[in-house]
Design a protein around this ligand. Sequence first.
Ligand code: DGY
Length: 325
Amino acid sequence: MKLGMNTNSVTKVTVAKTLLPAGMNVLEGEFEVTEGGPDCDREYLLEMVAGSAALIADPTVPVDGEVLDAAGSELKVVANYAVGYDNIDLGACASRGVIVTNTPDVLTDATAELAVGLTFAAARRIPEFEGELRAGRWTGWDPGGYRGIELTGCTIGVLGMGRIGRRYAEIMSGVAGRILFWSRSGLPAVEQELGARQVGLHDLLAESDVVSIHVAASPENEGMIGSGEIAAMKPGSILVNTARGSLVVASAVAEALASGQLGGAGLDVFENEPEVPRVLLDAPGAVLTPHIGSATFRARDEMARLAARNVREVLSGRDPVTPVG
Ligand code: DGY
């Protein structure tokens, strides 16, 4: 799809996959915008990106030296249509003088709300019990049947106290007895404002009834919740991940659900999306959603707008609105 051809010097903007109209409207008339579409593969991207001044990518699009070289020396900005940017090789961008931007803030509420939803859905096994009803296996009210975990007064453990972790903690403070958090940086202000306590990773795992992951994906954080960490958690506790699949070892989660070490898991992200490991699909107590943390009407529109504004600012010689780093 092409928009707004400038006759003399056309500035080309490539959208690796698709950009919602809220973002297209920002670029319309000023740039020649080409979208790869939802099925755009690597080969097509390498071809399509040639001569672009901006590339709008998303978490499904790896942007590395090869893509940057295929774009060529005109490329000024890679605008990621997401807050996470583990799909982008920052070093390769920096060495070519390409600015990287992301879409923070506008998806904070949406993602935190999904984490809250997964927390309750896993605690009460809502999808599984709904499945029983739909399958016609519900035989009536049963005092011992379909029981789950009550969260009022529980200890919530927040791994990573960035914007989304903080919003999750705020919402959960309505039911939690206490909130613990782990962060690599000291955050005394957060402790005061939220009445939350910063603790070491082991203490957080050992004391929390729910552990919700909100750290960024990085080589340092890869597999940070594996079998050892899950064994250190309270028996029957709940694990929630709305950050990135690579942070968690899926087979360890599946084993712990099967053994009862985990009482439930709410997972929105997977290491090799859209593949979901069979062991998780089969695991009892796993609530699985298709990477929808930011998928509200409002957040996705705002993300599109912000990604497009970042492109427009950089290509107009101004500072990006939300640069990475
Ligand atoms: C993000 O912004 O990083 C989300 O995962 C996209 O939904």
